[in-house]
Design a protein around this ligand. Structure first.
Ligand code: GLN
Length: 496
């Protein structure tokens, strides 16, 4: 592990580490069996088609990240981060308890919605308290985020292993129950630890003092906001009535959600570019943020197929027998957190080593590398699916190698992107733009769900062409960024 990661950190970091570890245990654990449960027709699942199931999965995971916007707002303006994390955790646990009750569709969707609302409240705020522990910023803060990222992936690893096994091999609801227990453990750690080690952090924000200018500005913003909502509602109604999107089906609902997410992000970027009172340098930096937003959305759209098309591939087309034991298909999702745990310290050390020789690749180059690695990982799936269409089970090495490539890609974009957003955002828009970063994850997850619609049982022959599309789009966008890395770096106005 790098020297940076091993320096001394406040105990508060480890409280947040373990609380987030258990929260991610519940999130990724439940997510690992979600699609399988939705499409299961024989063991008490929801008996949906792969297309419907993946669309629901996409709407759920997209909502989780979209709800971080109101979650962040509530913490900033009313609750303070600490309370938001506590209540968010309780809501998540209740959601998993509801899912653990075998009670049909209504109860199931209630549980799913509850988990999404709770996660929106917890997830953005737990990361911002990590930042608050290091008001000085700098390398120690970066190191703290790397440690925190390990906590996320440790939780995710054990969540997929335990919830995945229980869900697939014992009962779906037992798996959901295990997720609830994980969240309970996170709450206990947070309750005991926060009182002692996070004193004075993430408290209720001081009342904001309104000036005549700020009141007039927020009045104008509200009018713009309501105008946007009205236009969006009308647009969706038109799409429904012209038959462009049928929002009475799961897939149509997911497409509608996509329109909403794209509209929110596009109008937000336009708003700050035009009416945000930015200097020329800041405007160029926002342009870079837009490019990174498109890149990260595309990246997650491929990467998050771990829970959709790649999960289906693991279940239906992969030889999972090891020493006479049939490995649960959800366990394949575990390659991502496992590879993060192995490679995060290696990549962090590589960046430090390259920096010491003045050779650290710039942010656009790292993003290009991430997208190209993702593209290559899907070329591996093209090869695998060409074997699968002949009716043979494929070697597990294909998925292993796919995950190896796309996880190294993740380490080039995800931690780097998070910190670049905090650095490139004009100061007064930092928290909002952090929210937009999560909207990128939301959009990506939604596309990952919609894309897997092509993986219905009857469509097996399409698989190579579908994987090929992801591979080509991602590699091409990566190459485009690579070609233009110099001007993009120039627009960053001296930030690296
Ligand atoms: N795997 C990371 C987490 O769970 C990043 C996920 C994301 O931003 N899409 O926090």
């Amino acid at each position: 592990m790098s020297a940076q990661l091993s320096q001394k950190h406040p105990t508060g970091l480890y409280i947040l580490f373990f609380a987030e570890m258990w929260e991610r245990f519940s999130y990724y654990g439940m997510r690992a069996i979600l699609l399988l449960f939705l499409i299961d027709k024989v063991s008490g699942g929801m008996a949906m088609s792969a297309g419907e199931g993946a669309a629901i999965y996409g709407i759920y995971t997209a909502s989780v990240y979209l709800l971080t916007l109101p979650g962040g707002w509530l913490a900033d303006n009313i609750l303070g981060q600490k309370k938001a994390i506590w209540y968010g955790g309780i809501v998540i646990m209740i959601g998993h308890i509801i899912l653990a009750i075998p009670g049909g569709a209504v109860l199931f969707f209630l549980g799913l919605t509850t988990v999404a609302v709770g996660t929106g409240l917890l997830k953005p705020n737990i990361s911002s308290i990590v930042g608050e522990l290091y008001p000085e910023g700098g390398a120690r803060r970066d190191a703290a985020f790397s440690i925190f990222y390990m906590g996320i992936n440790l939780g995710s690893f054990f969540g997929i292993a335990i919830v995945g096994y229980l869900g697939e091999r014992v009962s779906w609801h037992m798996g959901f129950g295990a997720a609830a227990i994980g969240m309970l453990l996170g709450l206990i750690v947070f309750r005991i630890g926060a009182a002692r080690h996070l004193k004075g952090l993430g408290e209720v924000p001081p009342a904001k003092i309104a000036t005549p200018e700020s009141t007039a500005q927020s009045g104008k913003n509200s009018v713009l906001g309501y105008g946007l909502i009205a236009a969006l509602v009308i647009f969706l109604i038109v799409l429904q009535y012209t038959g462009t999107i049928d929002m009475t089906t799961a897939q149509g609902l997911a497409q509608g959600a996509g329109v909403i997410i794209v509209a929110i992000s596009a109008s937000y970027f336009l708003f700050i570019l035009i009416a945000g009172g930015l200097t020329r340098v800041e405007q160029y930096r926002v342009l870079v943020l837009i490019i990174l937003f498109l890149a990260i959305s595309l990246f997650w759209a491929g990467y998050e197929q771990a829970g959709t098309s790649l999960q289906i591939f693991a279940e239906r087309h992969t030889d999972r027998m090891v020493g006479g034991w049939d490995v649960p298909s959800s366990w394949f999702q575990n390659f991502q957190p496992a590879f993060v745990l192995i490679f995060a310290p290696i990549l962090a050390s590589l960046w430090i080593y390259l920096s010491s020789r003045n050779m650290n690749p710039s942010i656009p180059v790292k993003f290009a590398a991430g997208l190209i690695l993702l593209g290559l990982s899907f070329f591996v799936m093209v090869a695998a699916s060409k074997i699968a269409v002949t009716g043979q089970l494929t070697s597990p090495l294909f998925l292993t190698f796919t995950y190896l490539l796309n996880t190294i890609g993740e380490l080039c974009v995800s931690p780097v992107g998070l910190s670049s957003y905090t650095k490139l955002a004009p100061k007064r828009y930092v928290s909002q733009l952090m929210g937009i970063w999560f909207v990128g994850a939301s959009l990506g997850n939604l596309i990952a769900g919609l894309f897997a619609g092509g993986f219905d049982e009857g469509n097996v022959m399409q698989m190579p062409a579908l994987f090929n599309q992801v591979a080509i789009i991602s590699t091409a966008f990566g190459l485009l960024i690579l070609v233009f890395w110099k001007p993009i770096k120039g627009w960053m106005g001296g930030i690296s």
